[in-house]
Design a protein around this ligand. Sequence first.
Ligand code: AMP
Length: 369
Amino acid sequence: MTEKTVFPTIGILGGGQLAQMLALDGYPLGFRFIFFDPTADACAGLVGDLMVADYGNEIALDEFAKKCDFVTYDFENVPVEAAEFVAKRSAIFPHPKVLEIAQDRLKEKLLFKSLDIPIAEFHSVDSYSELLFAAKSCGHDGFLKTRRLGYDGKGQHRITEKTDLKELWAEIDGGSFVLEHAVNFIREISVIVVRNVHGETQFYPLCENKHKNGILTTTLVPAKPSQVSATAYEYAQKIADTLSYVGVLVIEMFETQDGLYINEMAPRVHNSGHWSIEGAVTSQFENHLRAGMGLSIGSTQMSLGYSAMINWIGEIPKIALNTKEKGIYWHIYGKQERKGRKVGHSTVVADNAEDLHKKVVKLAELLQK
Ligand code: AMP
C-alpha cells in the first residue's frame, strides 16, 4: 500500500475524460490521483495510476479505497454498491445516495416534483399497454427514455405520430422507461453550481447549450440573461441544499415561453463546463476538488468576458495539432476515434461578444479542414 503523504491522494471511480481533466487541474495543487476503471485503455490512465478491475471486485475496491484520502466519480453510473463499499473506507463525495437518485430518471423526477420544480409531464412505462397510454397522452410527441444507464441520447427514442409503437417495443425488448412529453423550448441552458462541505455555494455564469442527436455540441457562456435566469439559480440551489450536495452539480434546463423546466441533473463535473478550464478564473474541475476537500471555493467568474466550447464527436479534427491561434485551445483526450464518441473539445475565450463570434467562426472553419 502507498504510504499516505501530506499531498492528498484522490481516487476517481471511472477513468474517462472527466477524470483526466480533474487530475490535470488537481496536479498544480499538489494532489495525487488514482483511477479505477474496468477498461485497460481508460483515457485517464494517460495522466495517472489506473487500477483495472470490475466495480464488483471488492478486493480491488478495498485496495483502491485504502490508498485514497478522498474519492469522487467520473460518471454517475458507477454502481451504487461500489460507491457505498468505498464510502466505508474513505471519504467520498458527493454522497452515494445522490448517485442512486441520478441513476434513475424516475427517482430524479420525483425529487424535482417534491421540490415543486417544474418538469415535463411524464409517465412511467414498464409494459406495452403503458407505452400505448403514455404515447396517447403526450399526443404522440414525446421522448421515451430508459430509466437507467442512458446518456448522450443513448437509450432514448423520439415518439411521434409516425412511430410504430409495436415495432419499437419489440426492438427495445421491454425494460423500465419514462415517457416525457416533448418540451417546446426556446433554448437549453445549464446551471453549474459548486457547494462545499460547509454549505458554501457558488454558481458559474449560465451556459447556453446546443445538442445534436441528444449529444452536446456547443456551449456558449454567459448565456444571454433572460427573465428566468434568477429562477435557474434558485432551482439549482434548492436541489443542492436538499441533497446536502458536495462538489460540482450540473442541472440541465429547458427555457420555454412559460418558464423553466428541468431536464436532468449530473452529480459531477459536466461537458457544458469544459469551457471553464480557460474561460473561468477557477475551472469546474479544480472547484469540484476544492469543494470535496473542504477548501474554499475558487472564483467562478469569467477569466475574460466570454467563452465557447465545441465538442469533437467521433473524430479528432486534422488541424488540431497543426495550428495555434490566440484565444483558441485544443483538448485531445487520447481516446480512439469512434462514431458518436466524445474524443476532445476546443475552447474559445474573448473579451467581448463580437470577438467571440469571430473566433468561433474561425474555429468552425479550422475544424472543417
Ligand atoms: P437527455 O439525455 O435527457 O439530456 O436528452 C438529450 C437531449 O435530447 C436534450 O438535451 C434535448 O435536446 C433533447 N430532449 C430530451 N428530452 C426532451 C424533451 N422532453 N423535450 C424536448 N427535447 C428533449
